[in-house]
Structure formats: structure tokens, C-alpha cells
Design a protein around this ligand. Sequence first.
Ligand code: SOE
Length: 385
Amino acid sequence: MSVRAEPIGVAMLGAAFMGRAHAHALRILGGPAGPGGPGDAAPPRLEVLVGRDAERAATAAAGLGFARSTTDWQAAIADPAVHLFDDVGPNDQHAEPIIAAARAGKHVLCEKPLGRTADEAHAMWTAAHEAGVVHATAFNHRWLAAVRHAHDLIAAGRIGAVRHVRVRYLQDWLADPDAPWSWRLSRERSGSGVIGDLGSHLVDLCRHLVGEIDEVSALTRTWTTERPGGTVDVDDSVDATLTFAGGATGTLSASRVSHGRVNSLTLEITGESGTILFDLERLNELRLIVAGEPSTEQGLRTILVTDPGHPFLRDWWPPGHTLGWDVGFVHELHHVLQAIRTGEPITPLGADFEDGYRAAEVCDALVRSAAGGRPVRPVYRAVGA
Ligand code: SOE
């Protein structure tokens, strides 16, 4: 059935933080500002919200703007009004519903990490590939204007061949040992701890901006094993070295126990002739130095990516009017809906399930390296293998 002409019906599993971010993005599309603008194809139709508790799902559906709710994801998948199944639930609720939705011919979008393990992610990729549906992994940071600009500068050779990559994602919401247990702290529910939660973002950005990762060597720690409500059996922090297929070397650090770092994702990419720096806490800016070019006293020129010609600005406001973290989700969801409408590919600017799978292989390698105290080389399998 073509979904080119009619509005795209969306079912969403989950209604917590990422559910709000996705619903917010879906409701902006087709509005007075944003990608495509008012003339864009019909806005998506928020058909059904899937939740575990009927009453809470109904309340969430009303709050997020969905027409109805259900506790039965299989009913949502069987609904002919649903064209896109968007899974924003906990990691242990990704594989089964997504595989079933793809096999039912629904296009699929899944929050990161795609699966709890590379095996789960590979099965999800295979099912979506074999079903011939659009499949996308929600690595939202790819869709921030500054990150897209960094991608374009590196791809254009602005800093030359990349030599060093230093990526870091630090949060503090678990720094208090009395912060309560949640599903993100369980290997059975999550697959890993900070590695899959924040590390997967870093791995995807490394792959997107620099290239494939050949080898990792990691150290992890679980600093607090008992929390109110449960036992923690996953990593609180990871520090790793990376070797890239193109020869670059790098470091990757992630933690959810870093006092004073609320949501600090930083990238520093150095090539043979320059360096690019990005900081999520200053998400409309890039800092750039290119050998031989004028720069500020610190040597790094700050670029405000709301200047003419920078990514996405034309979709929003005049130069200098900065964009928010949520705008990345608007562009991400628009890209998925456009792929469904037009058949345009998700990649290379978006992340599909192969990207989600390859990130999972690297995350598994980080876990294995830390457990074994040795470097590990991810082995990337073909679809269906
Ligand atoms: C918690 O660490 C979390 O919500 C992550 O799961 C998200 O991917 C990140 O964007 C914000 O922090």
C-alpha cells in the first residue's frame, strides 16, 4: 500500500522521556516552521500509543496527542491505520515488537540502542531488511545542525585525513549512590549500562563522522552496586581506546556518575590540518581551527551554525536565532517520514538498522574487552548471516 498520498499513521510503544521527544517532533511536522514547512506532505497521524497499563496509557495518549491507546502492541501492529511503528520503550521491549512489526509490513523506527546485544540488533536488522520496510535507528545527535556541519566539513576534507578522535558523554543522574534503581541499571533489561546507553551515541557519531572502528580496549567500573529498588549489574563508567579502519586512533569515555556533568557530550576530531570541536551544552556552535587560516586568540574559531548556508537554518528562523536539542528529533522524524513517502534511503545521513547493529557490535566489544582485560576487534556480520 502506498503511503505517499495519505498521512502516515504512527503507533508508538512507550511514553517516557523519548516518547515525549518523538511525539513532540511528530506534532511539529507540517506546522508553521520546521523541515518541509507548512507546505510539506500531510502531517503524520498519531494513531495509537502502546503502554503496559491501560489507564496510564490512555492518559499518556491524551497528553501526547494520540487518537487511542492499547496495552497490546500486536493489536497496534495489526491496525491498518498504522504505517510506522516507533519503539521508544525500554531496551528489552525493542526486539520482539520491532521484528513483528517489520514482518507485518510496517516501517520501523527504534530508539538506541537498537538491541540489548549485537545478536538482538542483527535479528532486528535482518527482519526489517527481509520485509523490505524502512528501518531507522534513532541516533538523534546526527540531526543537530552543528553535528551535521561537522560531518560536512570533515567529508569536504576541511581538516584533512582524521588522525585523532576524542569523544565523551558524561551525565550525573546516578552520581548520588541513593539515586533509585531503574531498568537502565539491569543487564537483563538493558543489555549493558552506560556503554549501550551513552556509549552507543558516541560509537554512532564516531562511525558517522570518521568511519568504522577496528579495535577497542576498554575499562569499566560499577561504582555503586546496590541502589534503592535493586542491584546494579551493569557498567557505570567506561574508558576506552579506539582504532579506526582508516588509521585514526581515539578515546571514548562515558559515565552517568560524573558530578557536575548533566548531559555533556563532547567531540574533538583532529585531522592532519585542523581540529573540530563540538559540545552538546553549546549545541549551536562548532569550534574550528584549520592550519594556516586566521583564528581567534585561543586558536579555535567559533562558528555559530545558525548563519546562512548552515544545515537546517532555512527550515527555521533568521540567522542568529538558535535551535534546541528537540529540533534534532524533528529533523530525524521528518527524514524517516520522507523515506516512507518517497523511497529515499535513510542512510548515509540517517542511521538505519545496520548502523544500529554495527554500533551494537562495538558496544559488545567494549563489554568483552573490559571483562577480558584485552583489546577486542568487532566482527561485523552481513544481514541474514
Ligand atoms: C539517559 O542516560 C538518557 O536519557 C539516554 O538514554 C538518552 O539516549 C540521552 O539522549 C539522554 O540521557
